[in-house]
Design a protein around this ligand. Structure first.
Ligand code: MF3
Ligand code: CO
Ligand code: CO
Length: 277
Protein backbone atom coordinates (compact mmCIF):
# COMPACT_ATOMS: atom_id res chain seq x y z
CA UNK A 1 0.00 0.00 0.00
CA UNK A 2 1.42 3.39 -0.93
CA UNK A 3 1.61 6.33 1.44
CA UNK A 4 -1.21 7.96 -0.43
CA UNK A 5 -3.44 4.89 -0.04
CA UNK A 6 -2.58 4.82 3.63
CA UNK A 7 -3.51 8.46 4.29
CA UNK A 8 -6.72 7.97 2.34
CA UNK A 9 -7.60 4.97 4.49
CA UNK A 10 -6.85 6.95 7.65
CA UNK A 11 -9.06 9.77 6.44
CA UNK A 12 -11.89 7.36 5.76
CA UNK A 13 -11.41 6.06 9.27
CA UNK A 14 -11.53 9.62 10.66
CA UNK A 15 -14.76 10.34 8.79
CA UNK A 16 -16.46 7.09 9.56
CA UNK A 17 -19.95 7.16 11.01
CA UNK A 18 -20.52 4.69 13.87
CA UNK A 19 -23.01 1.89 13.19
CA UNK A 20 -24.87 0.55 16.22
CA UNK A 21 -26.61 -2.75 16.97
CA UNK A 22 -29.74 -3.88 18.84
CA UNK A 23 -28.27 -3.19 22.31
CA UNK A 24 -27.63 0.42 21.35
CA UNK A 25 -31.17 0.76 19.98
CA UNK A 26 -32.55 -0.58 23.28
CA UNK A 27 -30.42 1.90 25.23
CA UNK A 28 -31.41 4.80 22.97
CA UNK A 29 -35.10 3.88 23.26
CA UNK A 30 -34.87 4.13 27.05
CA UNK A 31 -32.90 7.40 27.05
CA UNK A 32 -35.09 8.92 24.34
CA UNK A 33 -38.31 8.02 26.12
CA UNK A 34 -37.08 9.52 29.39
CA UNK A 35 -35.97 12.75 27.71
CA UNK A 36 -39.40 13.01 26.05
CA UNK A 37 -41.09 12.30 29.39
CA UNK A 38 -39.08 15.18 30.92
CA UNK A 39 -40.63 17.56 28.36
CA UNK A 40 -44.07 16.03 29.05
CA UNK A 41 -43.54 16.71 32.77
CA UNK A 42 -42.83 20.39 32.02
CA UNK A 43 -46.00 20.98 29.97
CA UNK A 44 -48.28 22.05 32.88
CA UNK A 45 -45.52 24.29 34.27
CA UNK A 46 -44.98 26.43 31.17
CA UNK A 47 -47.31 29.28 32.18
CA UNK A 48 -47.11 33.09 32.35
CA UNK A 49 -45.00 34.04 35.39
CA UNK A 50 -42.80 30.94 35.55
CA UNK A 51 -39.06 31.56 35.26
CA UNK A 52 -36.95 29.49 32.92
CA UNK A 53 -34.63 28.66 35.84
CA UNK A 54 -37.63 27.11 37.65
CA UNK A 55 -38.22 24.91 34.59
CA UNK A 56 -34.52 24.01 34.66
CA UNK A 57 -34.77 23.03 38.32
CA UNK A 58 -37.82 20.82 37.59
CA UNK A 59 -35.94 19.11 34.75
CA UNK A 60 -32.91 18.51 36.97
CA UNK A 61 -35.09 16.97 39.71
CA UNK A 62 -36.85 14.81 37.11
CA UNK A 63 -33.49 13.52 35.88
CA UNK A 64 -32.32 12.77 39.43
CA UNK A 65 -35.58 11.01 40.33
CA UNK A 66 -35.20 8.79 37.26
CA UNK A 67 -31.54 7.84 37.49
CA UNK A 68 -30.51 10.04 34.57
CA UNK A 69 -27.86 12.71 34.08
CA UNK A 70 -28.59 15.94 32.14
CA UNK A 71 -25.93 15.94 29.39
CA UNK A 72 -25.76 19.73 29.18
CA UNK A 73 -24.83 20.15 32.86
CA UNK A 74 -21.20 21.33 32.82
CA UNK A 75 -20.99 20.56 29.10
CA UNK A 76 -18.34 22.93 27.69
CA UNK A 77 -19.15 25.38 30.47
CA UNK A 78 -22.95 25.22 30.13
CA UNK A 79 -24.32 25.10 33.68
CA UNK A 80 -27.96 24.02 33.25
CA UNK A 81 -30.05 20.90 32.59
CA UNK A 82 -32.07 22.38 29.71
CA UNK A 83 -31.80 25.08 27.08
CA UNK A 84 -34.69 27.56 27.06
CA UNK A 85 -34.89 29.62 23.88
CA UNK A 86 -37.58 32.32 23.96
CA UNK A 87 -39.02 34.18 20.92
CA UNK A 88 -36.07 35.48 18.83
CA UNK A 89 -33.61 33.15 20.61
CA UNK A 90 -32.70 30.46 18.07
CA UNK A 91 -31.11 27.91 20.44
CA UNK A 92 -28.88 27.41 23.52
CA UNK A 93 -30.83 29.95 25.61
CA UNK A 94 -29.62 29.83 29.23
CA UNK A 95 -32.31 29.41 31.93
CA UNK A 96 -32.53 32.48 34.14
CA UNK A 97 -34.66 34.58 36.51
CA UNK A 98 -36.77 36.23 33.80
CA UNK A 99 -40.43 35.14 33.87
CA UNK A 100 -42.26 33.92 30.77
CA UNK A 101 -45.20 36.09 29.72
CA UNK A 102 -48.35 35.50 27.69
CA UNK A 103 -47.53 35.59 23.98
CA UNK A 104 -44.04 34.10 24.34
CA UNK A 105 -42.99 31.01 22.41
CA UNK A 106 -40.21 28.92 23.93
CA UNK A 107 -38.16 25.95 22.84
CA UNK A 108 -37.13 23.62 25.64
CA UNK A 109 -34.26 21.28 24.73
CA UNK A 110 -33.25 18.44 27.03
CA UNK A 111 -30.64 15.70 26.70
CA UNK A 112 -30.68 12.92 29.28
CA UNK A 113 -28.01 10.25 29.70
CA UNK A 114 -29.47 6.89 30.76
CA UNK A 115 -27.10 3.93 31.19
CA UNK A 116 -24.58 5.90 29.12
CA UNK A 117 -26.94 6.53 26.15
CA UNK A 118 -28.02 10.03 25.11
CA UNK A 119 -31.66 10.97 24.40
CA UNK A 120 -31.85 14.47 22.90
CA UNK A 121 -35.16 16.18 22.14
CA UNK A 122 -36.77 19.60 22.04
CA UNK A 123 -40.23 21.02 21.50
CA UNK A 124 -41.91 24.39 21.22
CA UNK A 125 -44.20 25.57 24.00
CA UNK A 126 -46.66 28.46 23.82
CA UNK A 127 -47.24 30.72 26.83
CA UNK A 128 -50.86 31.90 27.20
CA UNK A 129 -52.21 33.30 23.93
CA UNK A 130 -49.70 33.64 21.09
CA UNK A 131 -49.95 35.44 17.75
CA UNK A 132 -51.17 33.71 14.57
CA UNK A 133 -47.76 34.22 12.97
CA UNK A 134 -46.04 32.56 15.95
CA UNK A 135 -48.46 29.62 15.66
CA UNK A 136 -47.76 29.38 11.95
CA UNK A 137 -43.99 29.35 12.51
CA UNK A 138 -44.38 26.54 15.06
CA UNK A 139 -46.56 24.54 12.64
CA UNK A 140 -44.08 25.01 9.79
CA UNK A 141 -41.14 23.96 12.00
CA UNK A 142 -42.94 20.86 13.28
CA UNK A 143 -43.87 19.82 9.72
CA UNK A 144 -40.29 20.50 8.57
CA UNK A 145 -38.98 18.06 11.20
CA UNK A 146 -41.60 15.46 10.19
CA UNK A 147 -40.54 15.75 6.54
CA UNK A 148 -36.90 15.40 7.55
CA UNK A 149 -37.70 12.23 9.49
CA UNK A 150 -39.70 10.85 6.55
CA UNK A 151 -36.60 11.20 4.36
CA UNK A 152 -34.52 8.88 6.56
CA UNK A 153 -33.90 5.46 5.01
CA UNK A 154 -30.90 3.40 3.92
CA UNK A 155 -29.60 4.54 0.55
CA UNK A 156 -30.76 8.11 1.01
CA UNK A 157 -28.13 10.61 2.15
CA UNK A 158 -28.05 13.25 4.89
CA UNK A 159 -28.68 15.67 2.01
CA UNK A 160 -32.13 14.13 1.43
CA UNK A 161 -33.03 15.13 5.00
CA UNK A 162 -31.78 18.69 4.56
CA UNK A 163 -33.47 19.07 1.18
CA UNK A 164 -36.84 17.87 2.55
CA UNK A 165 -36.63 20.41 5.39
CA UNK A 166 -35.35 23.34 3.34
CA UNK A 167 -37.74 22.95 0.41
CA UNK A 168 -40.76 22.82 2.72
CA UNK A 169 -39.69 25.69 5.01
CA UNK A 170 -38.78 28.00 2.16
CA UNK A 171 -42.01 27.24 0.28
CA UNK A 172 -43.70 28.50 3.48
CA UNK A 173 -41.65 31.75 3.20
CA UNK A 174 -39.56 30.86 6.24
CA UNK A 175 -35.76 30.52 6.44
CA UNK A 176 -33.52 27.70 7.65
CA UNK A 177 -30.75 28.49 10.16
CA UNK A 178 -27.36 27.39 8.76
CA UNK A 179 -25.17 27.86 11.82
CA UNK A 180 -26.30 24.76 13.75
CA UNK A 181 -27.02 21.21 12.67
CA UNK A 182 -28.29 17.87 13.91
CA UNK A 183 -25.65 15.39 15.02
CA UNK A 184 -24.77 11.79 15.53
CA UNK A 185 -25.02 10.61 19.14
CA UNK A 186 -25.02 7.46 21.22
CA UNK A 187 -22.61 7.01 24.09
CA UNK A 188 -21.23 10.42 23.05
CA UNK A 189 -23.32 13.60 22.86
CA UNK A 190 -22.12 15.04 19.57
CA UNK A 191 -20.74 12.56 17.04
CA UNK A 192 -20.67 12.00 13.28
CA UNK A 193 -22.60 12.52 11.07
CA UNK A 194 -23.60 16.19 10.88
CA UNK A 195 -27.21 16.58 9.81
CA UNK A 196 -27.58 19.83 7.89
CA UNK A 197 -31.14 21.14 7.67
CA UNK A 198 -30.61 22.38 4.11
CA UNK A 199 -28.96 21.03 0.97
CA UNK A 200 -29.57 18.67 -1.91
CA UNK A 201 -30.63 15.04 -2.11
CA UNK A 202 -27.51 12.91 -2.70
CA UNK A 203 -25.11 15.21 -0.85
CA UNK A 204 -23.41 14.23 2.39
CA UNK A 205 -23.24 10.81 4.02
CA UNK A 206 -25.10 7.72 2.74
CA UNK A 207 -27.49 6.54 5.46
CA UNK A 208 -27.07 2.97 6.74
CA UNK A 209 -28.97 0.88 9.29
CA UNK A 210 -27.49 1.43 12.76
CA UNK A 211 -26.74 5.13 12.40
CA UNK A 212 -28.00 7.23 15.30
CA UNK A 213 -28.54 10.98 15.00
CA UNK A 214 -30.74 13.95 15.78
CA UNK A 215 -32.74 16.09 13.39
CA UNK A 216 -33.36 19.52 14.90
CA UNK A 217 -34.27 22.22 12.38
CA UNK A 218 -34.27 25.86 13.51
CA UNK A 219 -36.67 27.84 11.31
CA UNK A 220 -37.03 31.65 11.27
CA UNK A 221 -39.91 33.92 10.24
CA UNK A 222 -37.38 36.47 8.99
CA UNK A 223 -33.85 36.03 7.70
CA UNK A 224 -31.61 33.06 8.53
CA UNK A 225 -28.72 35.07 10.02
CA UNK A 226 -27.92 34.55 13.70
CA UNK A 227 -25.45 36.01 16.18
CA UNK A 228 -24.17 34.75 19.52
CA UNK A 229 -24.67 36.99 22.56
CA UNK A 230 -21.70 37.91 24.79
CA UNK A 231 -22.61 35.06 27.21
CA UNK A 232 -21.03 32.82 24.56
CA UNK A 233 -24.12 30.58 24.21
CA UNK A 234 -27.37 32.37 23.40
CA UNK A 235 -27.95 32.39 19.63
CA UNK A 236 -30.45 35.02 18.42
CA UNK A 237 -31.82 36.07 15.05
CA UNK A 238 -29.98 39.15 13.78
CA UNK A 239 -33.27 40.71 12.67
CA UNK A 240 -34.88 39.83 16.05
CA UNK A 241 -37.71 37.97 14.28
CA UNK A 242 -39.17 34.81 15.81
CA UNK A 243 -37.37 31.46 15.59
CA UNK A 244 -38.66 27.95 16.34
CA UNK A 245 -37.18 24.45 16.67
CA UNK A 246 -38.20 20.84 17.25
CA UNK A 247 -35.75 17.97 17.76
CA UNK A 248 -36.01 14.19 17.69
CA UNK A 249 -33.38 11.48 18.11
CA UNK A 250 -33.66 8.69 15.52
CA UNK A 251 -31.97 5.44 14.56
CA UNK A 252 -31.78 4.26 10.94
CA UNK A 253 -33.48 0.87 10.42
CA UNK A 254 -33.65 -1.52 7.45
CA UNK A 255 -36.57 0.35 5.89
CA UNK A 256 -36.65 3.81 7.47
CA UNK A 257 -36.03 4.93 11.01
CA UNK A 258 -37.13 4.54 14.60
CA UNK A 259 -37.90 7.77 16.48
CA UNK A 260 -36.71 7.34 20.07
CA UNK A 261 -38.09 10.59 21.48
CA UNK A 262 -41.83 10.57 20.74
CA UNK A 263 -43.85 12.01 23.63
CA UNK A 264 -45.24 9.20 25.82
CA UNK A 265 -48.10 11.57 26.79
CA UNK A 266 -48.92 12.46 23.18
CA UNK A 267 -47.64 16.04 23.62
CA UNK A 268 -46.15 16.15 20.13
CA UNK A 269 -46.82 19.82 19.31
CA UNK A 270 -48.69 22.72 20.86
CA UNK A 271 -51.41 23.31 21.87
CA UNK A 272 -50.85 20.57 24.48
CA UNK A 273 -54.21 19.31 25.77
CA UNK A 274 -53.93 18.53 29.45
CA UNK A 275 -56.29 15.84 30.75
CA UNK A 276 -59.12 17.70 32.49
CA UNK A 277 -60.07 16.61 36.00
N1 MF3 B 1 -29.27 19.70 23.22
C1 MF3 B 1 -28.54 20.55 22.32
C2 MF3 B 1 -28.51 19.84 21.01
O1 MF3 B 1 -29.56 19.60 20.49
C3 MF3 B 1 -27.16 20.83 22.78
C4 MF3 B 1 -27.12 21.83 23.83
S1 MF3 B 1 -25.48 22.06 24.28
C5 MF3 B 1 -25.63 23.22 25.50
O2 MF3 B 1 -27.51 19.43 20.48
F1 MF3 B 1 -24.49 23.24 26.07
F2 MF3 B 1 -26.00 24.36 24.96
F3 MF3 B 1 -26.56 22.86 26.35
CO1 CO C 1 -29.19 17.80 19.52
CO1 CO D 1 -31.07 19.05 21.91
Amino acid sequence: MSNLDYSYTMQQRENRVPLHGPDAFAGMRKAGQLAAAALDMLVPHVLPGVTTERLDELAFEFAMDNGALPATLNYRGFTHSICTSVNHVVCHGIPGPKALKSGDIVNIDVTLIVDGWHGDTSRMFTVGEVSRRAERLIDVTFEALCRGIAAVKPGHTTGHIGAAIQSFAEAERCSVVRDFCGHGLGRVFHDRPNILHYGEAGEGVVLQPGMLFTIEPMINLGKAAVKILPDGWTAVTRDRELSAQFEHTVGVTADGCEVFTYSPAGFHRPPYQLPSN
